[in-house]
Design a protein around this ligand. Structure first.
Ligand code: SF4
Length: 363
């Protein structure tokens, strides 16, 4: 890791809350880790000062939700994915309403208010199947926000249903979809996407779904999965595209980044460590000056680094996540109960508060 001193002028600009350029980001990236972390912590404070009646700098939020992967059947074969199966695999599945009900009953009993519902690109499920599923959940569990279907899934739906994208998103919203996760963003640079997921939505298509959704009043999160075949410049280009989209439509509620988890995947890449994770999260907090919330990724980094990440730009501890099927298939399986999350937040010097998808406090 080359260590250099960023110009004093640049550091002053970061402290003053000014927007940084890609060239500035490259310069900041080379700062000693703890200096970059301190700048990100400062920017977190600037972003959150007004939040929660002025207590935003003392608060770290989290949500109780549950991952539901409605099918693992997928014909996209991303090289970094250990989750997908083909229809012929004996452990392939499509979820039933009974299974959904059981998961939602458990979620409700645990005080949960949201599901993160994503799946493989199933080649033949019809629009009626999805609308039935959404309507069923909306009717039976009105207290649960359906945070579902990543942009590449929407692109896939438009193709399979032979419908304009806008129409698919509109019908899903009408049936109960509440917000959209930023999954499938990986790195929004097509030369990278072509190497790791050549059959998946490209960068423009990913952003187009977000643009349509935001303009329809559906908020979403923004993500970055790094530490595979991309360069540092690619990561910064990715952040630049998210920031430009947010300038236009303003619908991203939060940003979350995580490192590629290699086990059981076809992609051979040396895993990047926690220092690199913290460095990129800190840089992202500074670069993404128009996205208020940054989630720490304890699911991939483990609880302790998740906790340290709260001093590297993050103001949110993500979710209790009662069920996780994707990262765990790639060899990483950390689990935390809400009490443990609250203890980790308190130990880091903050007050834990429960939130909903829109970062409103619910406790
Ligand atoms: S990441 Fe998603 S789209 Fe890619 S293979 Fe896995 S399930 Fe399919």
């Amino acid at each position: 890791m080359p260590i250099a001193v960023a110009s004093e002028r640049l550091i002053d600009r970061v402290i003053e809350g000014e927007r940084i350029s890609p060239a500035d980001a490259l310069e900041l990236y080379r700062l000693p880790l703890e200096e970059l972390g301190a700048l990100a912590d400062h920017r977190r404070k600037l972003a959150l000062t007004e939040a929660y009646d002025g207590s935003g700098n003392d608060v770290v939020t989290y949500i109780i939700d549950r991952n539901i992967n409605y099918t693992n059947i997928c014909n996209v074969y991303c090289k970094f994915c250990a989750f997908y199966r083909t229809e012929k695999d004996s452990d392939s599945y499509v979820i039933t309403h009974e299974e959904i009900d059981q998961k939602l009953d458990e979620l409700t009993a645990a005080g949960g208010i949201q599901i993160l519902m994503q799946g493989g690109h199933h080649p033949s499920l019809t629009i009626d199947w999805y609308i039935d599923l959404l309507s069923h959940i909306r009717e039976k569990y009105p207290h649960v926000n359906i945070h579902g279907f990543s942009p590449p899934e929407f692109n896939h739906f438009a193709e399979v249903f032979k419908m304009p994208l806008e129409e698919v998103i509109r019908l899903f919203k009408q049936a109960g979809l509440g917000s959209i996760p930023g999954g499938g963003g990986e790195i929004l640079v097509d030369s990278v996407r072509n190497r790791i997921a050549p059959l998946k939505a490209n960068s423009d298509e990913w952003l187009k779904v977000m643009e349509i959704a935001h303009n329809m009043g559906l908020n979403s999160s923004a993500t970055m999965m790094f530490g595979h075949v991309e360069t540092l410049e690619d990561r910064i280009e990715h952040l630049g595209r998210l920031r430009a989209q947010q300038d236009e439509t303003g619908g991203f509620t939060a940003f979350i980044c995580w490192t590629f988890q290699p086990d059981n995947t076809k992609l051979r890449a040396e895993p990047v460590g926690s220092a690199e994770y913290l460095r990129m999260q800190a840089l992202s907090r500074i670069f993404l000056d128009n996205i208020t919330n940054v989630q720490s990724s304890w699911v991939t980094q483990g609880p302790k680094i998740g906790q340290v990440a709260l001093r590297y730009g993050a103001n949110d501890f993500g979710s209790v996540m009662m069920e996780e099927n994707v990262v765990s298939k790639a060899g990483t399986s950390f689990r935390l109960e809400s009490q443990e999350i609250e203890t980790l937040i308190r130990e880091a010097g903050y007050t834990p508060r429960r939130r909903n998808n829109w970062y409103q406090l619910v406790d």
